[in-house]
Structures are given as structure tokens and as C-alpha cells.
Design a protein around this ligand. Structure first.
Ligand code: GTP
Ligand code: MG
Length: 138
């Protein structure tokens, strides 16, 4: 069965939306396999966001992700990678469709699209790589 990495980003944890986000994942029918609260360091974040190294938003993105705890979840189900990204909605919470996590719960707080509540792996290769980073023991 397919697995993905879901992160509740620091804005989602700070706004006490972890339960609401997990509720949506469970209500959709996906299975929570593992969960941990992580204070991510630069090493982990640099690996996690390696595709964005050098982009103008990379440094602010890493600072944001270091700004508070993140909830990492291992989530399983057929086509869960695609399914969770559909639940999450598009990157920009201002225009993400209503009904999605970002569309219903997110907005622009002054940093455009940075504070968009969640991350979900975007391919099987990313999921495998990211799960190994955030769940090193399992
Ligand atoms: P993730 O699931 O977090 O990977 O989101 P995504 O796949 O929808 O977006 P992408 O991988 O392109 O970007 C990763 C994250 O960087 C986004 O979720 C945002 O938090 C942030 N980000 C992306 N583009 C911008 C940008 O133009 N400006 C800023 N400030 N942040 C950005
Ligand atoms: Mg991405």
C-alpha cells in the first residue's frame, strides 16, 4: 500500500489545526501509521527542501519551518500521495479551492504563499526520500 509524508507546518501547529487536519485525512479513509512532533533543524530542512535550494524563497521558507514545531505523519492508502495533495489544495491558500485544507483554513498572513499549513510528498520517489528523513528509525 502506498505511503506519503504529511507535515503540519508551524503555522498549522500554532493555530491548533493539527486535529482538524488529521480529522480530514482520517475522514477521507486514509490510515495514520506513525506521527511525531518535531523541531526540525537546518540539516533536516535542507535535505527535505533540496529541490528548492537556491530559489529566492528558500531561506525564508527554512526560517519559517524552523520557527516552531512541525507534526510529521506517515499516512497510508491506495493513491494517498495524489489523494492527500488533492485534500491539501493548491500551494497558494488565497486561491486554493474551498473544501481543501488550504482553501478552508488558510489565507495570506503577509507572506504570500509561505504559510500554507501542510506539506505532502509529490511523488513516490519524494515520499520514500522524505519518510526516511522524518522517520529515520522506522
Ligand atoms: P509542499 O507540499 O510544502 O511542498 O507545497 P507545494 O508542493 O504546494 O509547493 P512547493 O513545493 O512549490 O513549495 C514548497 C513550499 O515553499 C510551499 O508550500 C510554500 O510554503 C513555500 N513557497 C513556495 N513558493 C513560494 C514563494 O514563491 N514564496 C514563498 N515565500 N514561499 C513559497
Ligand atoms: Mg512541494
Amino acid at each position: 500500500v502506498q505511503e506519503t509524508l504529511v507535515l503540519v507546518k508551524p503555522d498549522g501547529v500554532a493555530r491548533n489545526l493539527t486535529g482538524e487536519i488529521l480529522r480530514r485525512i482520517e475522514a477521507k479513509g486514509y490510515q495514520l501509521v506513525d506521527i511525531r512532533l518535531v523541531e526540525a533543524d537546518r540539516d533536516l530542512l535542507g535535505n527535505h527542501y533540496e529541490e528548492h535550494v537556491g530559489k529566492p524563497f528558500y531561506e525564508p521558507l527554512v526560517e519559517f519551518m524552523e520557527s516552531g514545531p512541525v507534526v510529521a505523519m506517515r499516512v497510508a492508502g491506495n493513491r494517498v500521495i495524489e489523494g492527500f495533495r488533492t485534500l491539501a489544495g493548491t500551494t497558494d491558500p488565497t486561491t486554493a479551492a474551498p473544501g481543501t485544507i488550504r482553501g478552508d483554513l488558510g489565507r495570506d498572513w503577509g507572506l504570500a504563499v509561505q504559510q500554507n499549513l501542510v506539506h505532502g510528498s509529490d511523488s513516490p520517489e519524494s515520499a520514500e526520500r522524505e519518510l526516511a528523513l522524518w522517520f529515520p528509525a522506522s
